[in-house]
Design a protein around this ligand. Structure first.
Ligand SMILES: O=C(O)CCC(=O)C(=O)O
Length: 376
């Protein structure tokens, strides 16, 4: 009885934040031009509400320069950059456990440092179900590895910097194609995400929907790419560590769809996520702690290029409310069903339930090198 009351209160919360604050999915606010710092603070940062901003960076040379691969190859001719390799395009995501394939693990990409022109060739040559390359490194890479491109963009987003009262903690570059996909997760940053070429498609869920993500602890694993055979192996990290991660794949294959709906009913049968396509020259404001899933489509050159600015979030009362909500168990029966399904299948399921926090994940781990914020 108490459980039912809690579950219906949480469900009311999902609806109430939409009715009172966010609006009706799939749309988010779309601003034709950048807001003033005060508008941004009042209407978006304080209410923790996303928005899409057009004509956001018309003065950036990157918009006209980066669609030219020749320009990028010349400017970065001798620069070593981090290339993430996976067999499927899904890095930092849930994958079959290597020694117990009916259970799951958290798989990170094989990362190589290569001269940019070679790394770019690898992205362009990516092949589905074989080898997918994504140029990215969430450790402030734009200001380190890609320093030669600094003059093509601003070092910060001025109206966001003024509204947030600080400079970006990290600026990251993402160069990929339609095969790269980023699984549902959240970050403890205010994110200003700028697309330069191609398009990015985001699915967004507010922090209040945390129970719909089925965050579980998965054993950490990493892909190894074997140059000689051209094949990948997946190895569990030694010593073993566990990564809390979202379990939901919002785009299951047709033959897995029914099973996924049964495993994750709170996601598939609950309110639709917000959906936004970010085009070249636009900025998505992705508020801290929002769950996001990202796919992309390239422009004529075959690439999608984006740059994002991570600003420190305030660890204020919203953060405290979020932690409290996350600590409340929801839908115990569904959790049990998931647990039992996996154990019947494998008897050796590495994953475990987690009411805790995803913050200590691969996605945020790298950037901690440049962060002195230990709050998360
Ligand atoms: O562009 C992507 O693939 C992922 C972006 C992302 O997760 C982020 O900016 O936090």
């Amino acid at each position: 009885m108490i459980e039912e009351n809690i579950e219906s209160s949480i469900q009311n919360l999902w609806q109430e934040v939409r009715d009172l604050n966010l609006g009706t999915p799939p749309h988010i606010d779309h601003l034709p031009t950048p807001p003033t710092p005060l508008q941004f603070l009042r209407h978006y940062i304080n209410p923790n509400k996303p928005c899409l901003i057009s004509a956001a960076v018309p003065h950036w040379p990157a918009l006209s320069l980066w669609p030219s691969l020749a320009y990028l190859r010349t400017t970065l001719a001798t620069t070593a950059v981090s290339l993430h390799l996976t067999p499927t395009g899904k890095a930092d995501s849930i994958a079959p456990h290597p020694t117990s394939p009916s259970s799951l693990c958290f798989a990170s990409a094989h990362v190589e440092k290569l001269p940019f022109p070679e790394a770019l060739d690898s992205v362009m040559a990516s092949e589905e179900k074989n080898k997918v390359a994504y140029l990215q490194q969430q450790n402030d890479c734009f200001r380190s590895e890609y320093g030669a491109l600094a003059a093509d963009c601003e070092g910060h987003i001025p109206w966001a910097t003024e509204a947030l009262g600080c400079s970006p903690e990290a600026v990251n570059l993402w160069v990929g194609n339609h095969l790269s996909e980023t699984s549902f997760h959240k970050d403890h940053y205010e994110n200003l995400y700028v697309v330069i070429t191609g398009e990015k498609r985001f699915l967004l869920l507010p922090p209040t929907d945390v129970h719909r993500m089925y965050i579980r602890k998965y054993p950490a694993a990493h892909y190894l790419y074997h140059q000689d055979s051209g094949e990948f192996s997946l190895e569990i990290d030694d010593p073993i560590t566990y990564v809390p991660w979202c379990s939901v794949d919002p785009y299951p294959s047709p033959n897995e769809k029914q099973r996924e709906i049964e495993k994750f009913p709170l996601y598939f049968n609950g309110p639709k996520p917000f959906e936004v396509t970010v085009k070249a020259g636009e900025i998505l404001y992705l508020p801290s702690m929002w769950f996001h899933h990202v796919r992309q489509s390239p422009d004529d050159t075959g690439l999608t290029i984006a740059i994002n600015y991570w600003y420190d979030m305030q660890f204020d009362i919203k953060y405290a409310y979020f932690n409290f909500l996350q600590s409340i168990p929801h839908s115990l029966s569904n959790d049990r069903a998931l647990f039992e399904t996996r154990n019947v299948e494998s008897n050796l399921d590495g994953s475990s339930f987690d009411s805790g926090d995803e913050s200590d994940t691969a996605v945020t781990r790298d950037v901690r090198d440049v962060s002195d914020n230990e709050n998360d």
